[in-house]
Design a protein around this ligand. Structure first.
Ligand code: OAD
Length: 255
């Protein structure tokens, strides 16, 4: 029984821990979704400035939409893997939990992660939003025909993918949700999995959330700039390491 920090002992498998999990493309790699910077990564073969910037969209919206339609299609066909399932399991069992994912796919949700416990900090690939006004719609089932560019039914401007592109600001409301969690109390455990951790805000949230005494676990076959701060590192694929880490946590109450 895990009774920590004044949390009442519980008969269920619930663990009395405050947990932040941060994920990146590596967590979806075993579901067949390419990472961005790996050896088969999207950015190895494509120039991001040609595809994932507002300027690229203004220059050639067809090219950008084709790329996103193809990615949507690949994600629709993909299935969550054991890493997504382990994280969803942890979310359901931890007393306080937040997942911050840089992934725009829906595999965490399809693994059973409650939507209110997740922030998709780089947006959602199935969201289509107006490039001018506030109109947006969710298009998980609906396939763009590719022949004609989608126009906003409210103002007639071009619709665009609801993701964050290079050079764009993160959504302030989403930053607020993460900040609320990070400043709401030190985490007992922070897990960072499958990300090259190249963005300052990812490192900042991970380090601030763990506070003075929390554990920081990194799951990544390769070292990253966060590795030096990790209290434990698993140099394995997330689908292998995370189910083990979560099982260990749920049975011992500690990582
Ligand atoms: P990256 O492609 O930069 O990094 C993927 C990381 O996953 C690397 O560190 C790999 O070593 C690791 N990895 C690969 N396979 C793995 C596996 N099976 N299990 C665990 N780890 C594995 O992807 P991100 O860090 O997510 O942003 O990239 C961050 C952001 O950069 C993306 O969200 C995207 C991109 O620009 C936007 O589009 C705004």
């Amino acid at each position: 029984m895990i009774g920590k920090g004044g949390c009442p002992e519980q008969a269920s498998a619930k663990i009395c821990m405050r947990v932040l999990v941060i994920t990146g493309a590596g967590v979806s790699a075993e579901s067949g979704i390419s990472t961005f910077r790996g050896k088969d990564g999207y950015w190895r073969n494509l120039d991001p400035t040609k595809l994932a910037t507002p300027e690229a969209f203004a220059r050639d919206p067809n090219l950008v939409w084709n790329w996103y339609c193809e990615r949507r299609q690949r994600i629709r066909k993909a299935q969550p893997n054991p890493a997504h399932q382990a994280i969803a399991n942890l979310a359901l069992q931890a007393d306080e939990f937040l997942l911050v994912t840089q992934n725009v796919d829906d595999l965490h949700l399809r693994a059973g992660l409650p939507p209110e416990k997740m922030v998709q900090i780089h947006g959602d690939i199935f969201m289509t939003r107006c490039s001018r006004c506030e109109f947006r719609r969710y298009e998980h089932e609906q396939e763009q025909d590719g022949a004609s560019l989608p126009k906003c039914p409210d103002c007639g401007a071009l619709m665009r993918p609801g993701v964050v592109w290079f050079g764009e600001q993160l959504d302030l409301r989403k930053i607020g949700e993460v900040e609320n969690f990070v400043t709401g109390g030190d985490c007992d455990l922070v897990i960072v999995a499958g990300t090259s951790a190249l963005f300052g805000y990812i490192i900042d949230w991970a380090l601030r959330a763990r506070g003075q005494a929390g554990q920081l676990i990194e799951v990544n076959p390769e070292e990253t700039s966060l590795s030096q701060f990790a209290t434990r590192s698993f140099r394995e694929p997330a689908g292998v390491a995370l189910p083990r880490v979560v099982d260990e946590l749920l049975s011992n109450g500690s990582a």
